[in-house]
Design a protein around this ligand. Structure first.
Ligand code: AKB
Length: 317
């Protein structure tokens, strides 16, 4: 088989996706890449690993020439909160990096997965049951790059018949690799703090509702979409997908079912609060369910119980 390339493989989603792809398609068939050296030695040693700066087109071409790549999961990106502190870097990485990868995919005739986000929506988007096709006028640099990314992936499909596919991810909850610089990261930090210290100070208001997903569902979504029958896909690059939605207060209540003494307090960060307030309360993901059979397995209760068990077991050693 042709090999699979993962960019941003050291990140929160990339690290777990790389392991899952290697398990499914064979270790040698999945080339993990990043600009950072993984601290997870399995990522580096269990299959091929390459340093790859997606901002350098020659670097991208060199990696494509060394390996026989048929599919690219392009996960290298700057997230929403860090994007607001470094808009120039966010634009470079999220747009120029994507363009270099699309060009490589076109030249080497690869399929390509691109993750968009709830960040592709903005204040004028309907907040409840956000439709698949709706107003997208985000006012964060992250959102601007995600909308542009959705459009350029659609364009490469239409213009060059490239097999581009993608989803709009909600906040991602996981326990293996920390997220970095997102607005939804509180929903990961809260679990580690709850297990270790039984208290957490949240940077979002208690009533901020956002869509979320547990990592095993996200990994399955990416693989299922890339394996889906292309003739059934009408939307291709920006499927709304979600698994649950909750506020910090509702998540704290759920955690208290396992750790009754858990306490939460709020010190709102205006930058991240404004970003979260511009995102949907919950999305309609029926297009993904109809077109390629998307279905989540983890709801709030099941995810919370698994997160607390895994983190507690790890701390106990
Ligand atoms: C972020 O918070 O920036 C990301 C996202 C929802 O795209 N987790």
């Amino acid at each position: 088989m042709k090999q699979i390339l993962v960019t941003g493989s050291v990140g929160q989603i990339g690290s777990e996706l790389t392991h899952a792809l290697r398990e499914r398609y064979g270790e040698e068939n999945v080339v993990a890449t990043d600009i950072r050296m993984p601290s997870d030695t399995r990522l580096r040693d269990a299959g091929p690993f390459e340093f790859l700066d997606v901002l350098d087109p020659n670097h991208v071409t060199r990696v494509m020439q060394i390996h026989d790549i048929g599919t690219i999961f392009h996960l290298a990106a700057v997230l929403s909160a860090i994007g607001e502190s470094r808009p120039n870097v966010a634009w470079q990485v999220n747009m120029n990096g994507l363009y270099n990868i699309l060009e490589a995919a076109r030249q080497y005739q690869c399929s390509m997965f691109f993750p968009s986000s709830i960040g592709a929506f903005g204040k004028s988007t309907p907040k409840d049951n956000t439709p698949q096709d709706t107003i997208q006028r985000p006012d964060t640099i992250y959102g601007v790059t995600k909308v542009a990314g959705e459009l350029i992936c659609d364009y490469y499909h239409k213009r060059f018949d490239l097999d581009t596919r993608g989803v709009r991810f909600p906040g991602m909850i996981s326990h293996e690799t920390e997220p970095g610089g997102g607005t939804t990261d509180y929903a990961v930090e809260i679990f580690f703090e709850a297990v270790k210290h039984k208290r957490y100070t949240c940077y979002l208001r208690e009533d901020t509702s956002l869509d979320m997903m547990y990592m095993p569902d996200a990994i399955r979504a990416m693989i299922d979409l890339m394996e889906a029958d292309a003739s059934k896909l009408k939307h291709r690059n920006a499927f709304n997908i979600t698994a649950m939605n909750f506020t910090p207060a509702q998540l704290a209540d759920e955690i208290r079912k396992h750790i009754p003494e858990f306490e939460i307090e709020y010190e709102v960060d205006p930058v991240r609060q404004e970003i979260a307030d511009s995102w949907p309360n919950y999305m309609d993901d029926s297009a993904a369910r109809d077109e390629w059979g998307w279905n989540h397995e983890y709801d709030l209760a099941k995810m919370t119980s698994d997160m607390i068990k895994v983190i507690s077991d790890r701390i106990k050693g």
